[in-house]
Ligand binder design. Structure first.
Ligand code: ATP
Ligand code: MG
Length: 199
């Protein structure tokens, strides 16, 4: 037993040394670009988790919700009353609801202009561009312009982009990328979207 405890202590000492070394190596301070993509559930919810973290630290947050048109979500009701957040719902709904490509393009361009203001304003410590990948995927916006504006943002500003099908260029530019896999979703067994879970 004593032997087992000793071995555990030795292993943990070695591990602590490795972890301390890697923490010391990661010494850069800089705004990061995060991309949360994939077909599984949890991309936007994860982004809003970071919004909560940032607000908790007294940081200033901007949120642009593309595609979505609903303003009755729990996240908006909860966060939009906070003095340090600026929240915009910039979509007309899903493409299969609007059924009007030119309208979708015009809406995207107008929404993007609001996002650009945030990306040029050092007031914002964190900017969330929720469902932004679709604007690139459907070519509603010029990808190289979008990537350029993101690259030119204030040095310490963090940006989170969510949505399925993130492009290779966006992934290459990002500092952190997570792809959420779709293992199962309640919707497919006939369970409707639930308040507090899905909206
Ligand atoms: P969430 O906002 O719950 O974090 P998400 O941002 O990862 O989800 P979206 O594609 O933006 O995913 O989906 C928005 C809505 O669709 C949510 O209500 C979510 O529960 C639901 N959804 C997400 N993934 C799936 C899926 N694989 N199948 C069915 N519905 C899904
Ligand atoms: Mg989402």
């Amino acid at each position: 037993m004593l032997d087992k405890n000793n071995r555990h202590n030795q292993r943990m000492q070695k591990k602590k040394k490795q972890i301390d070394e890697s923490i010391e190596k990661a010494s850069k301070k800089k705004g990061v670009l995060l991309v949360l993509t994939g077909n599984g559930k949890g991309k936007s919810s994860s982004a809003f988790g970071m919004v909560a973290r940032a607000l908790g630290h007294g940081m200033k947050v901007g949120v642009c919700q593309f595609i979505k048109s609903r303003t009755d979500t729990g996240e908006e009701a909860f966060f939009n009353v906070h003095p340090n957040i600026n929240w915009h719902v910039l979509g007309d709904g899903f493409t299969w609801d609007t059924q009007n490509r030119q309208q979708d393009i015009d809406t995207s361009i107008k929404g993007w202009a609001i996002a650009v203001k945030m990306l040029q304003d050092p007031y914002y410590d964190l900017v969330v561009l929720d469902e932004m990948t679709y604007l690139l995927k459907y070519k509603y916006l010029d990808e190289s312009e979008v990537l350029e504006k993101i690259a030119d943002r204030p040095y310490m500003q963090h940006v989170v982009i969510t949505g399925r099908g993130a492009s290779k260029k966006l992934i290459d530019q990002a500092d952190t990328v997570a792809e959420i896999a779709d293992v199962k979703h309640a919707y497919r067994s006939g369970i409707q979207a639930q308040k507090g879970i899905d909206l």
